[in-house]
Design a protein around this ligand. Structure first.
Ligand code: NAD
Length: 358
């Protein structure tokens, strides 16, 4: 059938390294950039995404169109659809899975907790259930999050720091993902590499994230809420530019050891790794707004809220020495230059009549 043909042709490998990757969440912000980068270097890439409407689905469709032009096909489906995922593995021998599909966002977890359990816990388990039974098993690189550090205030965060105090259900499900990974590695020999991303931003970004809706609202002359924890100092984030994250994902993928299991059985010790992927340079949210004002040449109307918000942590700051040692991870983009690229994209993308809604 035509559908199978598209799956095969998207996953076809042009590079000598023989890598073919299933990217879940490929119509998402990070997934689009990662898929495009893999395809550019000649790897086989197939996307999987359920195109949910957590944020503007037309933005996901536009990312899909962008990927289609580069030869990446995105299968529309849910990671919980075990039969579909099995079918994809029947058609293509994937060497790797980059698992980025998830319900993201900290606040939305209070509105729709079930969607986090569905995608981040059940979905991850279902995906691993399929992967464990494949012969040979694919190696898996998946997105965890800096949010696992929760209420830990010892900065910079290193991978060995405590992660037992999540501040949101989102964080709790990401932490659960790390523990689920541990069991699949231990029992079935799956090779698993978790990447704790720190506040990723850039072109094609997520409309629910502050830098995105601040840009939209500053341009509209709307006031922007800036949440600051009273008496606890500054709220700051280790904003990490998308191209640096993509380099980190590829670095992790290129250094995975093969799984030591096949057909659901483990044959030897397999790899389980978890890395921070951050920028090592936290910036206060107020400074983020200063930079946006300069780039947009519009004064922001700030609505300072002297309150912490439920689910938010105050400060994030990555120690990246482990990723640096293992695969030479080194972020190259400071917030000013990264936001410049985001703003250029934003103005260009929304100038041709598209509405900047969420
Ligand atoms: P995103 O929401 O843009 O991308 C996720 C994609 O997964 C979406 O396109 C969505 O439609 C899809 N998806 C969700 N549930 C699915 C399901 N059950 N089956 C199939 N597809 C599904 O988010 P993003 O910013 O690109 O994040 C990618 C990954 O990185 C996520 O796992 C997220 O938790 C993690 N992460 C992101 C950040 C960040 O700052 N962007 C920070 C830390 C961790």
């Amino acid at each position: 059938v035509a559908w199978e043909k598209r799956v095969r042709s998207s996953a076809r490998i042009r590079s000598p390294n023989g890598v073919s990757v299933l990217v879940t969440g490929a119509a998402g912000f990070v997934g689009t950039h990662v898929s495009a980068a893999l395809k550019r270097r000649g790897d086989g890439v197939l996307g999987l995404d359920n195109f949910n409407n957590y944020y503007d689905p037309s933005l996901k469709r536009a990312r899909q169109a962008l990927l289609e032009r580069t030869g990446v096909f995105i299968v529309e489906g849910d990671i919980n659809d075990v039969e579909l995922v099995k079918k994809l593995f029947k058609i293509v021998t994937f060497t790797h899975v980059i698992h980025l599909a998830a319900q993201a966002g900290v606040r939305y977890a209070m509105e729709n907790p079930g969607s986090y359990v569905h995608s981040n816990i059940a979905g991850f388990v279902n995906l691993l259930e399929v992967c464990k039974s494949i012969n040979p098993q694919p190696a898996i690189v998946w997105a965890s999050s800096s949010s696992v550090y929760g209420l830990n205030t010892k900065v910079p965060f290193s991978e060995r720091d405590r992660t037992d105090q999540p501040a949101s259900l989102y964080a709790a499900t990401k932490k659960a993902g790390e523990e689920i990974a541990h069991t699949y590695n231990h029992i079935y020999g799956l090779s698993l590499t978790g990447l704790r991303f720190f506040t990723v931003y850039g072109p094609w970004g997520r409309p629910d994230m502050a830098y995105f809706f601040f840009t939209r609202d500053i341009l509209k002359g709307k006031s922007i809420p800036i949440f600051e924890a009273a008496n606890h100092g500054t709220v700051a984030r280790d904003f990490t530019y998308i191209d640096d994250i993509v380099r980190g994902c590829l670095g992790a993928l290129d250094t995975v050891e093969k799984s030591t299991g096949s057909g659901g059985k483990k044959t030897g010790p397999a790899q389980l790794r978890v890395f921070n992927l951050g920028n090592t340079s936290p910036v206060p949210v107020s400074e983020l707004v200063n930079i946006l004002e300069r780039l947009l040449k519009v004064k922001a109307e700030r609505n300072i809220m002297k309150l912490p918000r439920n689910g938010d942590v105050q400060f994030t700051h990555a120690n990246i020495s482990y990723a640096q040692t293992e695969f030479g991870y080194k972020p190259k983009t400071d917030l000013q230059s990264g936001l410049k690229k985001f703003v250029q994209w934003y103005i260009n993308y929304y100038s041709d009549g598209k509405k900047a809604n969420q």
